[in-house]
Ligand binder design. Structure first.
Ligand SMILES: Nc1ncnc2c1ncn2[C@@H]1O[C@H](COP(=O)(O)OP(=O)(O)OP(=O)(O)O)[C@@H](O)[C@H]1O
Ligand SMILES: [Mg+2]
Length: 230
């Protein structure tokens, strides 16, 4: 692979909490504009890995590069604008849906109601929800607002931590569709964590599987041999 095709690269990444090794030497590359599905059992370190990539936590050893640059050499605030995490729990801030999407922009010193509206539309949030109390939305609606909050920052890469978990199964494909459309429209690089192997196959250009803090398999849809369903 041409090194300039690699958008996010991890090499020998290790992270422990106390004496417990969570990530035990992760090697992974994500190409520009690709969706990499990341699967693995509960507790295997998926969320920890995403949190390392935008430096919400620092790794103990190894290296993570974004666009060829070691993330320790990138200003963390800039990094978190370029590589945005949609966390596993879509916690809403007090206030309306629009305010929820506006807040991270304000923190970043960006004004722009238009951006907020576009991000909400692209995430499939219906207009009648824009002025509702965000904390009172359904789980699926909150996921969409969290997505809008992430993309309003106009990132180059998205780290999606189980973006459809807990969503009514009938709505899962709708959310999936709006993410895929938006990712294509904005040409984003994505790491998409999911427990749903069918979804991993549907959405990912490649699939990586981690277990006990190591990548045990990575491959394309065709020829990817599954050990089983997690
Ligand atoms: N801040 C922390 N302090 C101590 N241990 C932690 C911390 N965060 C995560 N862990 C532990 O690290 C391990 C991996 O957690 P992580 O959340 O990355 O797993 P996961 O693969 O995302 O699981 P799930 O599929 O259930 O979301 C777990 O054993 C967890 O208890
Ligand atoms: Mg997790």
């Amino acid at each position: 692979m041409n090194p300039s095709d690699i958008h996010i690269g991890l090499k020998g990444v290790k992270k422990s909490y106390g004496k417990k090794e969570i990530l035990r030497g992760i090697d992974l590359t994500v190409r520009r504009g690709e969706i990499l599905s990341l699967v693995g059992p509960s507790g295997s370190g998926k969320s920890t890995l995403l949190r390392c990539i935008n430096r919400l936590i620092d790794i103990d050893s190894g290296e993570i590069r974004v666009d060829g640059k070691d993330i320790r050499k990138i200003d963390p605030v800039e990094l978190r604008r370029r590589v945005v995490l949609m966390p596993q729990n879509s916690v809403m801030f007090p206030g309306t849906v629009m305010e929820n999407v506006m807040t991270p922009l304000k923190i970043a010193g960006i004004e722009g109601e238009k951006r907020v509206v576009n991000a909400l539309r692209d995430s499939g949030v219906p207009e009648e929800l824009f002025h509702r109390d965000a904390e009172k939305l359904s789980g699926g609606e909150k996921k969409r607002v969290a997505l809008a909050r992430a993309i309003a920052l106009r990132p180059e890469a998205l780290l999606l931590d189980e973006p459809t978990a807990g969503v009514d199964p009938k709505k899962v494909e709708l959310i999936e569709r709006s993410i895929l459309d938006m990712v294509k429209k904005r040409r984003l690089t994505v790491i998409w964590v999911t427990h749903d192997t069918e979804q991993a196959l549907r959405v990912g250009n490649r699939i990586a599987s981690i277990k006990d803090g190591k990548v045990v398999k990575v491959g394309k849809k065709d020829g990817f041999e599954w050990e089983g369903v997690y």
